[in-house]
Design a binder for this molecule. Sequence first.
Ligand SMILES: NC(=O)c1ccc[n+]([C@@H]2O[C@H](COP(=O)([O-])OP(=O)(O)OC[C@H]3O[C@@H](n4cnc5c(N)ncnc54)[C@H](O)[C@@H]3O)[C@@H](O)[C@H]2O)c1
Length: 433
Amino acid sequence: MNAICVFGLGYVGLPSAVVFASRGFSVVGVDVDAGKVEAVNRGVSYLREPGLEGLLREAVAGGRLRATMDADEALKLCNTVLIDVPTPVRGGVADLSYVTNVLTRVSRRLRRGTLVVIESTIPPGTTSGLARRILEEGSGLRVEEDFYLAHVPERIAPGKAIEELLNAPRVVGGVGPRSTEVALAIYSRVNPNMIPTDSTTAEFVKLAENTYRDLNIAFANLLALMAESLGIDVYEAIRLASTHPRVRIHQPGPGVGGPCLTKDPYMLASLLQEFWGTELIRLSRRINEFMPHHMVKIIERVAGLEGFKLSGSRIAVLGSAYKGGVDDTRESPSKIVVSELMRRGAVVIVNDPYTSESFGAEYYGDVYKAVEGSDMVVIVTDHPEYRDLDLERVGRVVRRRVIVDGRRVVDPYKAMSLGFKYYGIGYGRAWRI
Ligand SMILES: NC(=O)c1ccc[n+]([C@@H]2O[C@H](COP(=O)([O-])OP(=O)(O)OC[C@H]3O[C@@H](n4cnc5c(N)ncnc54)[C@H](O)[C@@H]3O)[C@@H](O)[C@H]2O)c1
């Protein structure tokens, strides 16, 4: 009766469930995916997160964590419910059907004293509006009097989930002061850096954070396109601009992937549909969505400059994950780069040290095998392993010494000193978009 139920054992829900269990809570995970439920019960993690596997194994072995597909059975045991199900954006609008399905289920079993927390990313006003209505109507109980309701958005960066769940500052927004207090009391047992606010502010803050990052990356990408037309190095320019004490510009690259930045800005922009100012957000999305196509264009031009055609050539693409150090390939720019190169008739070989996803291309787990015989090495993801590439060894096995670097992983001067032709996004060539 005093367990925590976690609905949705994905990238957010599983680490969350494990962290609560590691702090002594009894946790029941609920998911509609039989494979995930079975894996959790065997103490096996399907996510590559430092520290997760060990904590998961311990929690399951210690009887503090188990998973089920039976939501009603789980709800009988819980006085705290965390909701971590997907909230995709379709046609610019948030699809809240996963969240409302869970809320409806929870409402039928809601008991006095229960705390319900939505951790999924949702449009501002959802917790105090739609969620409150579903729970009150389904249960006949009153929020703040009989039960508590809050939004506690996730901030975790893939690859640092456990560390950030335990330490990174995080906002807790109840629909009223009691809900905030009850949620704060539970989360503070896991993370000492919880910050109280109200639910609508918490929802807004989450979207503001991700939109800010997307805008900043779009600005860096815009600078990259300008630097290309000037024939200068954008990375050097950004480094120099960032020596200004009040300037912090993100890094450009071949696009923005992942489950958050690709959709959260649209949730924010939809709040003020009628105001032209939200174009700022949509335009940033457009720039970032354009970048993988720009990368393909650079690759195509480089092939021309180096005197070969993409069709029939062998291209090694390094990285299918959407960012360095993780295995997550959701919305990865690499997918566009790989499929566009294949559409142009290139033989594409993909390497990624974290995932075997290759978007239909051939996959090699060994990076030196992947680049063997290639006409061009294309770097899409800034995995730390690529920074330590033995370029001399690469140079010995490739057919042509040509690198197109989307993320400044390789030092251009080092590559050139070893006889490579080095090209990249934002780097001294008039690609003319
Ligand atoms: N991945 C991230 O880094 C991240 C970071 C911050 C916020 N978020 C937000 O967290 C939410 C979840 O994202 P995610 O990346 O963990 O998604 P995910 O797809 O990895 O996991 C969602 C899980 O929910 C399960 N599910 C779907 N319907 C269900 C139901 N009715 N009952 C129980 N389980 C159900 C799915 O099977 C899946 O395992 C989203 O709103 C996302 O925007 C994600």
